[in-house]
Design a binder for this molecule. Structure first.
Ligand SMILES: *Cc1c(COP(=O)(O)O)cnc(C)c1O
Length: 372
């Protein structure tokens, strides 16, 4: 196996997604010091672009060092104290992880479940909140990458806020591919990842927190158990600039990854958020039409555009098909995860990979490999 030159794969799995040359070039720019004024200007610009892409004015918006799971942990460790009651919506792997992470923070978790592939009705969440008046936070996954279910978020914050709780949203597989409106939808905290629909390598997790989240931080009686992800410390580095204060070193920021994210966000904003969402919708429709023509069936009733989860057809070889796609066509698609292992394939159409060319390529390759 050649380990010197990584292949140029067509990444059509659940992430990472293809990275544009512009972003790879940005990665290789000279490494600056993390307190160099030029780097701080780049960081400030990156945070401002994140606000635009998330459609928020939240001052506390920055890339957490680490992948999407670091964003999930960051939000949880800062907003949950031992003994807090929270609600977590679980309809797949990532909702299940959010429950686990919240429990590790000492929360008592009330789970609202839906079968895998389905979305969670808002009135079911309202029912659990009505029965448990002490709940402080509701966590939900916008784009459940393990099942391809597209969870409606709009309108949920009103229900959650009416009970005095906060709304936390996982937008790892939606930001940059689906409409995500932090302020309009009343989301109090949201995290994402760079390697799904933003067209950047894995390594950073954009996080935003609004006023309710900040008030919860200020009201904490205990320190978050994670020093590395403590937002009260992190903000003295990431966000001091805007207020004119001095930057305080916390940890060495991943300098070159910040360049890459800045470039990836520039590409998103050049395309325009609405145009980008429309592009993801159009390629999803094209893929769906082709798959259904081949007799392949979508599992979720309300499917994401960015992640297409289909049943493995009767008699098809799961691992063998994916291996042939990779070896003969250079195309990576995803296997089923959790209860869908062996039952589903997951085809990602994310960011730079969400193109007509890739759709037609994967359809032709599947047709050949499956003999349809
Ligand atoms: C990928 C993903 C994560 C985790 O992100 P990593 O970058 O793998 O740490 C969390 N939530 C969802 C919905 C995801 O798709």
């Amino acid at each position: 196996m050649n380990t010197q030159f990584p292949h140029e794969r067509i990444l059509m799995g659940p992430g990472p997604s293809p990275v544009p040359q512009r972003v790879l070039r940005a990665l290789s720019a000279p490494t600056l010091g993390h307190l160099d004024p030029q780097y701080l200007a780049i960081m400030d610009e990156t945070c401002e672009m994140l606000r635009q892409v998330m459609r928020t004015r939240n001052p506390l918006t920055f890339p957490v060092s680490g992948t999407g799971m670091a964003g999930m942990e960051c939000v949880a460790v800062n907003l949950v104290e031992p003994g807090d009651e929270v609600v977590v919506c679980v309809n797949g792997v990532f909702g299940g992880r959010m429950k686990d992470v919240m429990e590790r923070c000492g929360a008592t978790v009330h789970v609202v479940e839906a079968p895998w592939g389905e979305t969670i009705p808002h009135d079911k969440i309202a029912g659990v909140l009505a029965r448990n008046p002490g709940v402080r936070l509701v966590g939900i996954v916008h784009a459940e990458t393990s099942t391809g279910a597209h969870q409606p978020i709009e309108g949920l914050a009103e229900i959650v806020h009416a009970k005095g709780a906060m709304l936390v949203v996982d937008a790892v597989t939606s930001l940059g591919g689906h409409d995500v409106r932090v302020d309009d939808w009343g989301i109090d905290a949201l995290y994402s990842g760079t390697q799904k629909c933003l067209g950047c390598p894995p390594g950073l997790s954009p996080v935003t927190m609004g006023e309710r989240a900040l008030a919860r931080l200020d009201a904490r009686k205990t320190k978050p158990q994670s020093w590395y992800l403590d937002v009260t410390l992190l903000r003295k580095y990431y966000l001091a600039g805007g207020g004119g204060g001095a930057r305080v070193y916390h940890h060495t920021a991943p300098i070159n990854m910040t360049y890459a994210l800045r470039e990836a966000l520039a590409i998103v904003l050049e395309e325009g958020l609405d145009a980008r969402v429309a592009r993801h919708a159009a390629v999803h429709q094209r893929l769906r039409a082709g798959l259904e023509q081949m007799g392949l069936r979508y599992i979720p009733s309300h499917s994401l555009h960015t992640l297409n989860c289909i049943s493995i057809p009767e008699g098809a070889d799961d691992a063998g098909t994916r291996r042939r796609l990779l070896e003969e066509y250079g195309i990576e698609i995803g296997a089923g995860l959790g209860v869908m292992a062996g039952k589903a394939w997951r085809i990602g159409l994310m960011g730079h990979g969400a193109t007509v060319r890739n759709v037609d390529l994967v359809l032709a390759a599947l047709r050949a490999v499956l003999g349809r």
